[in-house]
Design a protein around this ligand. Structure first.
Ligand SMILES: Nc1ncnc2c1ncn2[C@@H]1O[C@H](COP(=O)(O)OS(=O)(=O)O)[C@@H](OP(=O)(O)O)[C@H]1O
Ligand SMILES: Nc1ncnc2c1ncn2[C@@H]1O[C@H](COP(=O)(O)OP(=O)(O)O)[C@@H](O)[C@H]1O
Length: 222
């Protein structure tokens, strides 16, 4: 590509800084990244944490895999139904390793912007590949990424199966299904491991809040 054809994008500095926004919010921003098998409890626990933060006056937002895959990172089927099959194939994200990598890259970028805006940003994605999660961590300022492994065995998740997906995956109706026909790489150095085989979502959410408090993320700044 000739130099004259290269797209030119230049970073623009904003006058309101992250520190300004954190002072206004009276707490720090960060990314709390929930990862684990489908059905391990990511959405449920993150939702309880979100509610607890809200009640404490902490500005938070939950990015949830199932929801984000309806909009920003819509699947080929959803996009195809709206804009045509060709468009869906080009821009939609499915569940191949590469599509999951791009899903997590984009979510990491959005979560980074939201924490820069001073929000405690909660994310609930299977995010099965260690390298993808580590890349999100590496792209954020030191200490911003709090990895929370929601640890539930495949047996536990399969017995919950609220959407009937494991049943379909076992029957071969869904391919590349995490834990069945696609890998899950558990974190090796997560900030927090939640025992979702034994404890309730409320107990586990309490552990997340305690961690955030100890890590100084909820500290008053005024
Ligand atoms: N093949 C396959 N593997 C895993 N999960 C599947 C699959 N197909 C559909 N689903 C449903 O999509 C949800 C996972 O989306 P994510 O964006 O979190 O996945 S990933 O991080 O890109 O791996 C996941 O949601 P949760 O059950 O809430 O985890 C499933 O409901
Ligand atoms: N710690 C837990 N103990 C028992 N049941 C749970 C727990 N966490 C979640 N559940 C239940 O398991 C199912 C799957 O939870 P969900 O939050 O949708 O998982 P994920 O988002 O990881 O797919 C739901 O029916 C939820 O009520």
């Amino acid at each position: 590509m000739a130099d004259s054809e290269k797209p030119i994008v230049v970073w623009h500095e904003h006058s309101v800084s992250r520190a300004d926004r954190e002072t206004l919010n009276n707490h720090r921003g960060c990314v709390v990244w929930f990862t684990g098998l489908s059905g391990c409890g990511k959405s449920t626990i993150a939702n309880v944490v979100d509610q607890m933060l809200y009640e404490r006056g902490v500005h938070s937002y939950l990015l949830d895999g199932d929801n984000v895959r309806h909009g920003l990172n819509a699947t080929p089927e959803i996009l195809g139904a709206r804009f045509g099959e060709e468009f869906g194939k080009r821009f939609g994200l499915g569940f191949s390793q590469q599509d999951r990598e791009e899903n997590i890259r984009r979510v990491g970028a959005v979560a980074g912007l939201m924490s820069d805006a001073g929000l405690v940003t909660l994310t609930a994605f299977v995010s099965p590949y260690r390298a993808d999660r580590d890349a999100v961590r590496a792209g954020l300022p030191e200490g911003d990424f709090v990895e929370v492994f929601v640890d539930a065995s495949l047996e536990t998740c399969e017995s919950r199966d609220p959407k009937g997906l494991y049943k379909k995956a076992r029957a071969g109706e869904i391919g590349n299904f995490t834990g069945i026909s696609s890998p899950y790489e558990a974190p090796e150095n997560a900030e927090l491991v939640l025992d979702s085989n034994r404890l309730t979502p409320a107990e586990l959410a309490e552990q997340v809040i305690e961690f955030l408090e100890k890590a100084g993320k909820l500290k008053e700044m005024k």
